[in-house]
Design a protein around this ligand. Structure first.
Ligand SMILES: Nc1nc2c(ncn2[C@@H]2O[C@H](COP(=O)(O)OP(=O)(O)OP(=O)(O)O)[C@@H](O)[C@H]2O)c(=O)[nH]1
Ligand SMILES: [Mg+2]
Length: 206
């Protein structure tokens, strides 16, 4: 083989290595309607360079996809986003972001397998885009929290009104976030982890 033209094969980057003390891995999914900020959240919070499968949106897609409210969006996830965050020395979270566009939803069932919980990202300009995803999580028995991603021109809701509009039981936490900011995205994941812990504690007590 011509060594000059062969590609250099490298192993994982050392900064991507997990500490040897890590002994719990948790799979979480980030779901929500088209353009609510799923890829942005996975990107902002991931400590490794996230895997994203974004493709440029073309004029051809305009007849297929409903981009009402996100007309300025130029790229969309076609398969999934993947990121990782260590919560402490023992626990690592693996994050899987789903595609938001309906025509890629056939991929979802596999993405939910083994997921301990989910973040449903919501844009209050398009609440109806979240109904279907919440139904799917309920069907798959994946517990979730709702994170309202703050877009500048989005209407703000009192928490009770939003709960009513989304038809959510009081047990499902609702938090506000800005998916572009690491700390805010991390807080969302911490809320989900606390929720999962309290569900586990409740079921142990029964
Ligand atoms: N103002 C504001 N803009 C945001 C926020 N989160 C995401 N955006 C912007 O919204 C657009 C859509 O974000 P994406 O992360 O691609 O959304 P997505 O849910 O992954 O989209 P699909 O994969 O196509 O469903 C991008 O241009 C982001 O920069 C936010 O919290 N605030
Ligand atoms: Mg995306």
């Amino acid at each position: 083989m011509d060594s000059a033209s062969s590609e250099t094969v490298t192993g994982p980057r050392s900064e991507d290595a997990l500490p040897s003390s890590t002994n719990v891995a948790v799979k979480l999914v980030v779901v929500g309607g088209f353009g609510v900020g799923k890829t942005t959240l996975v990107r902002s919070v991931s400590e490794i360079r996230p895997l994203t499968t974004e493709e440029t949106m073309t004029q051809a897609g305009a007849t297929v996809d409903d981009n009402t409210g996100v007309e300025r969006k130029t790229a969309t996830t076609v398969a999934m986003d993947f990121g990782r965050i260590s919560l402490n020395e023992e626990m690592v979270l693996y994050l899987f972001g789903t595609p938001g566009q309906e025509r890629f939803w056939f991929l979802w069932n596999g993405l939910f397998d083994g997921a301990l919980g989910a973040v449903v990202l919501v844009d209050t300009r398009r609440l109806e885009a979240s109904f279907d995803v919440m139904g799917r999580l309920e069907e798959a028995s994946v517990p979730f929290i709702v994170a309202v991603n703050a877009f500048p021109d989005a209407p703000s809701y009192a928490q009770d009104d939003l709960r009513d509009a989304l038809d959510l039981p009081p047990s499902v936490p609702i938090v506000a976030c800005d998916a572009r900011h690491r700390d805010s995205s991390r807080d969302v994941l911490m809320t989900l982890m606390h929720h999962l812990r309290s569900l586990a504690t409740t079921s142990e007590a029964m």
